[in-house]
Design a protein around this ligand. Structure first.
Ligand code: M6R
Length: 603
């Protein structure tokens, strides 16, 4: 979603701002802009499309300024065009925004009635106008930030700059925001993601909701001050060293991050299990023994929700714990029944997904302990939960989540084994090792999967089917294909086909049938039903089943031996590679598919 980078300090701010924004490109955006203070004037340049367009425009004029704010916009209110791109500015202030101002329509009408003029269709400009109005009334930018923030509703992060000083101002509610300092160079930064600040700001600060940050530079000294909304000094922020590294940001010899991330999976699985069973994670996991809650409320979005559906099987089977897995955007608004003895478990790669965060807040308010299965240490979810289970996937750059899914499922499995007191057993270690070896072999066999992709990529639509624990794999396979190849794909429980979707089957519709050893005969009958209606079948299933080979047009055989619990992860890797190759044949933007954001920070 929207990326924000602000800078104040001795160097030309264009360089750190553009570099920071380019690091946030992977999150998805549709326009980019920058505001620079030049000769005591706020100069704004905005360009629809890629950051390159903005960079090209700046190259022409080669501006220089010691203070600036930059933004990559993922449109919510108003079309994608230069007017709606951020920053929004006037003679006195410029503002960038990530989030949604829910009462913007009402406020805009009121402000227009007072004579204020708007240049864009965005909700964000309402904050600019409020800031300007309150600054005129109070003569104090900090007061104006506070008043403007208290006037708006909804979850947002704002960064503002002013003509009259070189200060940066920021404030947020349930949206990511980080401030940074480099005490050696005397520079201050604000961003939506600490990743943008690696190498620039060794000291970072996470202000809490409703805390106003103010970055300023005096002589060679930069400072970051925090204030409550009543403008008294605030201590409601976390200070830490920026421990992130740039290692993950190279594609190496891979053509796409997605492919690199698929190939990283075998090593990551082994790293995770070693960390949990033999390393630093051991105490976290072994402390779970005998402490399983009565009920897990699992909430997540997208791929993380699919991981939750797989994990539910582990908690039910090995821990006898009832478990409900819900889409976060539904759970948060349906007044769920939450009781003592139950636990809220939130799954997220980014730890910044707005709906998932809202569910955590809801469970926390109702007194439930909250746990996360999360990738990003220091993310909002990580900071808000009582206990975190890190998935150790490293940074995931491809918008299509691959390695995070695998590590999320494995983390859920390790938790389940921890509760059951079976964590440090040869069986658990061996199964993950076997999984890692099999996934490595699948990655090596990419040519075979590519060949299948060549036969399928021009087809009209895809129905992925699975039963039991393979149903979430069917959902995940369909999600991956639609998001990166832009084709219609649905995931269905195989037994549901005949209740409606079978009407879609014809010789231009592909059934990607996922079968495991459990419920094999039942799933096979579902494949037969599709065959009888001339559907094209690509089956991914256990080896040694000539009857499946016979009924399928294409068959990818897998060895399920030694994987009594984790075979779904192996099957999923075949589907990841299939989607990747179909998307490649279609020529889509695999790592940054259209309309998508890596981290969905608005609801
Ligand atoms: O960062 P999160 O895991 O919370 O993100 C959740 C979803 O937005 C994410 O999984 C999304 O569905 C991916 N694009 C799927 O590949």
């Amino acid at each position: 979603m929207c990326g924000i980078v602000g800078y104040t300090g001795p160097r030309n701010s264009v360089q750190p701002i553009l570099e920071g924004l380019s690091r946030l490109e992977y999150r998805g955006y549709d326009s980019a802009g920058i505001c620079l203070k030049i000769n005591s004037k706020l100069e704004i340049v905005k360009k629809e499309g890629k950051l390159e367009n903005l960079r090209a425009a700046l190259t022409e004029t080669n501006p220089s300024s010691h203070v600036g704010i930059g933004h990559t916009r993922w449109a919510t209110h108003g079309a994608v065009n230069n007017d709606n791109a951020h920053p929004h500015g006037n003679d006195d202030f410029a503002v960038v925004h990530n989030g949604i101002i829910e009462n913007a329509p009402v406020l805009k009408k009121q402000l227009q009635a007072e004579g204020w003029v708007f240049k864009s269709q965005t909700d964000s400009e309402v904050f600019l106008v409020l800031l300007t109005k309150f600054a005129k009334e109070t003569g104090d930018t900090l007061k104006a930030m506070s008043k403007a923030f208290q006037t708006i509703q909804g979850n947002s992060a704002f960064v503002a700059m002013e003509k009259s000083t070189d200060r940066l101002f920021c404030v947020k509610r349930s949206a990511p925001l980080v401030c940074g300092l480099n005490p050696v160079t005397g520079e201050a930064f604000v961003s939506s993601d600490p990743f943008a600040l690696i190498g620039y700001a060794p000291e970072i600060f996470f202000p809490q909701d409703g805390v106003i940050g103010c970055g300023s530079v005096k002589g060679h000294t930069a400072s970051m001050d925090f204030f409550e909304l009543d403008l008294t000094p605030s201590t409601r922020f976390t200070a830490q060293k920026n421990a992130m590294s740039m290692d993950a940001t190279s594609k190496g010899h891979y053509e796409h991050f997605m492919l690199k991330e698929i190939h990283e999976q075998p090593a990551l699985m082994e790293k995770l299990v070693a960390w949990a069973i033999k390393g630093e994670g051991l105490s976290t996991y072994s402390n779970l023994k005998g402490k399983a809650p009565e009920y897990f409320h699992i909430t997540a979005c997208g791929t993380a929700w699919h991981a939750g559906l797989v994990i539910k099987n582990f908690f039910e089977r090995f821990n006898n714990v009832r478990c409900c897995v819900e889409i976060a955007s539904e759970f948060r608004y349906r007044e769920p029944i939450l009781k003592k003895g139950e636990v809220g478990l939130f799954i997220s790669q980014s730890g910044e997904t707005a709906d998932t965060l809202a569910c955590q807040e809801l469970c926390h308010e109702k007194g439930l302990p909250t746990y996360s299965i999360v990738n990003t240490q220091g993310s909002t979810l990580f900071r808000h939960c009582d206990q975190n289970f890190l998935i150790h996937a490293g940074m995931e750059i491809g918008v299509a989540s691959t390695k995070a899914f695998t590590q999320q499922v494995l983390t859920g499995y390790l938790m389940s084994m921890g509760y059951a007191g079976k964590l440090a057993t040869v069986e658990v270690y061996q199964e993950i090792k076997t999984l890692s070896d099999r996934v490595a072999a699948i990655c090596e066999d990419a040519a075979a999967i590519k060949e299948i992709a060549e036969k399928l990529y021009h087809k009209k639509g895809f129905i992925f089917t699975g039963r039991g624990v393979y149903f979430p794999i069917a959902l995940e396979g369909a999600l991956k294909l639609k998001e990166i190849a832009y084709v219609h794909a649905e995931g269905y429980a195989a037994g549901e086909l005949k209740h409606g979707p079978i009407a879609l089957i014809d010789d231009n519709m592909v059934n990607i049938a996922v079968l495991g050893p459990e419920l094999f005969e039942k799933a096979l009958s579902n494949v037969e039903e599709v065959k009888a209606r001339r559907g094209l079948i690509f089956a991914v299933g256990p080896k040694g089943h000539p009857e499946l080979r016979e009924v399928s047009d294409m068959y990818y055989e897998l060895d399920f031996n030694g994987l009594p619990n984790l075979a779904p992860v192996m099957v999923n890797v075949v589907l990841q590679l299939l989607s990747y190759h179909i998307a490649k044949l279609k020529g889509t933007d695999i790592d940054k598919p259209r309309n998508l954001a890596k981290s969905v920070t608005v609801e």
